[in-house]
Design a protein around this ligand. Structure first.
Ligand SMILES: C[S@@+](CC[C@H](N)C(=O)[O-])C[C@H]1O[C@@H](n2cnc3c(N)ncnc32)[C@H](O)[C@@H]1O
Length: 249
């Protein structure tokens, strides 16, 4: 089974995915409201401990797993080391070992996402939580993919994404916790895209990538665009994970 490790982007990851501080605090507050104090949480695909570290500082007993040694290394440098290198489709934990699981921006990467849902279900006592971004305005970076499609390239991520899970089985909790609007220089985004900072770009052939980046620079260099999105917290209880697996079969 193909895996999408983030080794190649580990050093840049936090710069490209961070939420504004107040939005991040609202997300953490919402997660804390849902999970009783000092609950045990498994962060699946914990990356750079973007959520695992602040949640552990708020008193939860958090363990992170990830397949990327480099992402785990960044977590350790930040001071979070309750980590295991593991594949989400085969979790190295006993049944019902955790109260909650957290999976953020992970399921779109997983070709065999039902195996991960089943594994999370196995180690879980209460709920699977996630943090989801819903774009209000189309993110300028999407233009890269529009242009790829114009060139006949239409490959997408192998998995379904947390929103895809919600379309299959409605989460018991869907809570809007923050709205963010900011302005960005197009050149800044194009530079990130040029560096292939996003996993959706990693398989794009180099020649096509270069052509699309050149087109973007020609059309939008020097411009500014607005980016506006909502941040939501989702929760599925353990029984709903059974439904997700059954529904997918
Ligand atoms: C987009 S990052 C999200 C990281 C973190 N959850 C966050 O929101 O900042 C996806 C992470 O999932 C990890 N990952 C991808 N496939 C995985 C798998 N099969 N098992 C465990 N981790 C995986 C990647 O290495 C990467 O660190």
């Amino acid at each position: 089974m193909k895996r999408v490790s983030f080794d190649r982007i580990a050093d840049e990851y936090d710069k490209t995915r961070e939420l504004p501080e107040d939005a991040m605090n609202s997300v953490l507050d919402a997660l804390c409201e849902e999970m009783p104090e000092s609950s045990g949480i498994l962060d699946v695909g914990s990356g750079t401990a973007r959520f695992a570290l602040p949640l552990s500082r708020r008193g939860f007993s958090v363990v992170g797993i990830d397949i990327s040694e480099e992402m785990l290394g960044i977590s350790r440098c930040k001071g979070f080391d309750r980590l295991a290198r593991a594949d989400s489709s085969s979790l190295p934990f006993r049944d019902a070992a955790f109260d909650f699981a957290l999976a953020v921006h992970v399921f779109h990467l997983l070709e065999d996402w039902t195996r991960t849902v089943a594994e999370i279900r196995r180690v879980l006592r209460d709920s699977l939580m996630s943090v989801v971004i819903e774009n209000e305005t189309k993110w300028f970076g999407e233009t890269y993919h529009d242009l790829l499609r114009e060139h006949g390239y239409d490959k997408d991520h192998p998995g379904v994404g947390e929103k895809g899970l919600a379309e299959r089985v409605k989460p018991r909790l869907v809570k809007e916790v923050a709205s963010v609007t900011h302005h960005r220089a197009a050149d800044r985004v194009i530079d990130r895209l040029d560096e292939r900072c996003f996993s959706s770009q990693w398989e794009v052939p180099e020649e096509l990538h270069r052509a699309v980046i050149a087109e973007m620079r020609e059309r939008w260099s020097g411009e500014e665009f607005e980016n506006s999105y909502d941040v939501l917290v989702y929760a599925w209880d353990a029984g709903q994970l059974d439904e997700l697996v059954t529904e997918a079969r």
